[in-house]
Design a protein around this ligand. Structure first.
Ligand code: FES
Length: 138
């Protein structure tokens, strides 16, 4: 503990007060190589503090992770938008035991109807998606 305490209360302030931080371009031009080298740890630490939130944001949802955010991996990918329209009577026609199940996981082999593929998807990914079940019984 004494080592850490000494580093924070003695060594760090001494290091920072010894830095030649330029306040103008003229002062910056007058610094030698060792002056710049002494500032390197501060510049690196500051860059990490400033860039860490940006890098975390890019990793979570931006940049090249666009493909990871896709919901639909395979269905009608040549279309700009996948849309299905149906009538109430068509829903009733697809119903089994009075219920029609429509896929919401985008993994069904009989999309837009649910074929149970969500079970394998959930097991493989830890997701929890399931179908929209329409009760057609009156
Ligand atoms: S197969 Fe997609 S919700 Fe069942």
């Amino acid at each position: 503990m004494d080592l850490i305490n000494n580093a924070i209360t003695v060594q760090l302030p001494a290091y920072l007060s010894a830095l030649k931080v330029p306040t103008s371009l003229d002062q910056a031009a007058g610094l030698d190589f060792n002056d710049w080298l002494n500032m390197l740890p501060v510049v690196v630490a500051g860059s990490i503090v400033l860039l860490a939130p940006v890098l975390a944001a890019v990793k979570m949802g931006g940049g090249s992770s666009k493909k990871k955010a896709m919901v639909n991996p395979t269905i009608e990918k040549s279309k700009a938008k996948v849309v299905h329209m149906c009538t109430f009577s068509e829903i009733e026609d697809t119903a089994k035991d009075g219920k029609a199940a429509y896929c919401r996981c985008w993994r069904s082999g009989s999309f837009p109807l649910c074929d149970g593929s969500h079970t394998a998807h959930n097991k493989a990914t830890g997701d929890n998606v399931g179908p929209l079940v329409i009760n057609c019984k009156k």
